[in-house]
Design a protein around this ligand. Structure first.
Ligand code: HEC
Ligand code: HEC
Ligand code: HEC
Length: 431
């Protein structure tokens, strides 16, 4: 899936999203839910008008475009009844009866309650301004362009019932489970996919749920109780702070997660981010970490670097290019994320790390949190092998015990498949 990249400057030009009233307290119930479900991230093009669609998404079967969901009668969803809207969001069926590609996360949205569907409908049909903008046709080769097999896919692969309260847990936990599984569609990125591109699980009872996955050359890490690669060492407050501000003492949000925080979770109420944190922290480990001892800081590499010993591959690059910000001890500081013990560094797949080094990161994920500066790009300064070496160096220093699996070939592939402009586009503040 192609991540949404667009300038929020566009927002100030249109009434679709009133910049002055974007604080969660001022949002209508429907607009709040639209934020929680992050409809804007996919249904808006780079520098496009919110909700007018047209975002290009590369999927395993071909290129598709998100659609105009402003209430324009000709090109948007102006003629959708509540029933039509419900079928699109929770069943993936458009008004004319055609099956939507599952890039639209309707398998997760099927858990949204009847009442919340009504609020979302009211927001899109009554509060969003209609904009005339024609949809683009998907570029998918036969036979995958036949949409009818998707209805079979649906029957086999997806659940289509609203969230059911779990009586073994309290209301706060249930609210968190609802938001994570339903509108938040966290599993669309964090749950691995099977051969038919279906998410392998939609609920924590299955150990695949939120166990980490690579999508569009970003690795969305394990969010289960695993101590090293998951949220096992995070407190509930750490998780809630991260969703609200885009950083915690373990690391900061980058890549597609940066967008999730920037357009969605930062606008959620403290009660809701706390509820999501409570639910996530209740999910047991997926057992992928079990063979590994829990991360503890180890000073060996720090001492070597301080003594001027840079004989390990990548150490020399680290001292010259990275240590001024992230520290010889990899501990970061108030403004810089740590690399020691950071679950994103310990991730089983190093793809995100290679990408962050090649392209750097965008800044300002949040309005309220610490103003973290951004990470510079190194594609102009470091060769493929140097990037692979410094990634492996981070993954195996300071007590980090991840596999040294970054290769110059992988760096080279990602150098070609990604670019700085896309990964660093500025997100202007929404309020
Ligand atoms: C992860 C990306 C993504 C998110 C998030 C997303 N959508 Fe979609 N949506 C799409 C894509 C892609 C399509 C077009 C699919 C196709 O052409 O088969 C689509 C199609 C639709 C359609 C059918 C439109 C038509 O032209 O008939 C509606 C309605 C819709 N989305 C509403 C929403 C709403 C409301 C939300 C938030 C609650 C939302 N979408 C969130 C990607 C997304
Ligand atoms: C000018 C300061 C600076 C330098 C130099 C720098 N970084 Fe960063 N780095 C940052 C900041 C700030 C972030 C957080 C960015 C964000 O969250 O968007 C970051 C994020 C990261 C991340 C993602 C971790 C996370 O939780 O956000 C990795 C991995 C990383 N840096 C590795 C390196 C390596 C390796 C080098 C040297 C090749 C390096 N950095 C050089 C400032 C720097
Ligand atoms: C569009 C894809 C996408 C969606 C949707 C998404 N995430 Fe993420 N998430 C990522 C990626 C990629 C990372 C890794 C980058 C990082 O650490 O910032 C990440 C990182 C995280 C982290 C930090 C984990 C760690 O080990 O450092 C947390 C916590 C998190 N996501 C929670 C959530 C929650 C809760 C939701 C649903 C509300 C969600 N994510 C939805 C892509 C996504």
């Amino acid at each position: 899936m192609k991540p949404a990249r667009f300038l929020f400057a566009a927002l100030t030009l249109v009434g679709a999203m009133d910049v002055a009233s974007s604080q969660s307290a001022d949002l209508s119930k429907g607009e709040y839910l639209a934020r929680a479900a992050n409809c804007i991230a996919c249904h808006t093009m780079s520098e496009g008008v919110p909700y007018t669609g047209g975002l290009r998404m590369a999927t395993p079967v071909g290129v598709i475009y998100s659609t105009n969901i402003t209430p324009d009668a000709e090109t948007g969803i102006g003629r959708y009844t509540l029933e039509d809207f419900d079928k699109a969001i929770r069943k993936g069926i458009a008004k004319d009866g055609h099956q939507l590609y599952p890039a639209m996360p309707y398998p997760s949205y099927s858990k949204i309650s009847d009442e919340d569907i009504k609020s979302l409908y009211d927001f899109f049909l009554k509060e969003v301004k209609p904009v005339r903008q024609k949809n683009s046709a998907p570029e998918i080769a036969w036979p995958m362009n036949m949409r009818w097999p998707l209805s079979i896919w649906n029957a086999v692969m997806t659940e289509t019932a609203p969230y059911v309260t779990n009586r073994d847990f309290d209301a706060e936990w249930n609210r968190g489970a609802y938001l994570v599984q339903g509108p938040g569609h966290c599993g669309a990125c964090h749950t691995p996919r099977g051969i038919a591109q279906q998410e392998k699980a939609y609920d924590h009872r299955d150990p695949d749920f939120l166990s980490g996955a690579v999508i569009d050359n970003w690795s969305a890490p394990n969010l289960r109780g695993d101590a090293n690669t998951g949220l096992g060492r995070w407190s509930e407050a750490d998780v809630a702070t991260y969703l609200k501000t885009g950083s915690s003492r373990f690391g900061s949000a980058f890549g597609t997660m940066h967008e999730v925080v920037a357009y969605s979770t930062q606008y959620m109420t403290d009660a809701d981010t706390k509820a999501m944190a409570k639910y996530l922290k209740s999910i047991p480990s997926s057992a992928t970490d079990h063979a590994q001892p829990v991360w503890v800081y180890n000073a060996t590499v720090t001492n070597e670097l301080k003594a001027g010993n840079t004989s390990r591959p990548g150490a020399n690059t680290y001292v010259r290019q990275c240590a001024s910000c992230h520290g010889m001890d990899g501990a970061g500081n108030a403004n810089m994320p740590p690399l020691a013990g950071n679950p994103a560094i310990l991730d089983k797949d190093p793809v995100s790390l290679i990408r962050v080094l090649l392209n750097g990161t965008a800044t300002n994920a949040n309005d309220d949190g610490p103003k973290v500066p951004n990470m510079p790009q190194f594609r102009s300064w470091l060769k493929d092998q140097e990037i692979a070496d410094v990634v492996n160096f981070m993954r195996t220093s300071w007590g980090n015990r991840a596999s040294a699996s970054a290769t110059s070939q992988r760096v080279n592939e990602l150098r070609k498949a990604t670019d700085v402009a896309d990964d660093r586009s500025v997100i202007l503040r929404m309020r």
